[in-house]
Write a protein that binds this ligand. Sequence first.
Ligand code: F6R
Length: 241
Amino acid sequence: MRIYKEKDYEAMSRRAASIIAAQVILKPDCVLGLATGSTPIGAYKRLVKQYKKGKLDFSAVRTVNLDEYKGLGAGDEQSYINFMNENLFSHVNIAKENTNVPNGLNKDAAAECARYDKVIADMGGIDLQLLGIGNNGHIGFNEPAKSFADGTHMVTLEEGTREANARFFSSLDEVPTAAYTMGVGSIMRAKMILLVASGKAKAQAVKDTVSGPVTPKVPASVLQLHPNVVLVGDEDAMSLL
Ligand code: F6R
């Protein structure tokens, strides 16, 4: 695992954006695995800036997002599809048909998860997977569990995860209790993984990820077994390393 400890959120975002930009420049039709949440917003802003300056071209880029709340869709402000449109897709020249997010409105979980796994397989796999990390060590919505899940599946969100994400909703009651998420196996099959972390609340999870035992109780710890992981964190997130 290559580790970059950056001074603050801005520096972390700059570093993460430069790694994603390099991937797009080196392979214009790359498959980017993308994440939502607060942490990648700064990196997305920088990618949009670089696109507007004419330095990046997303016309052939394909994307596949990690997860979506069950029951939410593009019409819902807090859905992850809406997050991606607002923070990246609507501001660059990516073809909307080249972007993929699990369909939270599909009530048939088995069908939706199988469809999404096929989407990833048909794309030929993921070149660069961007990940944030939960306070509990989750990646995507793979919550601490008894075993690592392979493909896309439905998860019940931990109360702590719902509370952490409640800031995006008007009340905790509105936060969905379930989600569709790519599995740890799908994430681990990406050629390269870029894990971003910011803030003191992530420090323990980052420490357990980097130097704790590999265990599904800390889902991100599995990244120790991947040959090409870059961790970019700010000083707060790295403070226990
Ligand atoms: C988001 C996702 C989650 C977040 C994680 C951290 O698509 O899959 O694993 O990356 O919950 O969220 P933030 O960045 O909001 O702290």
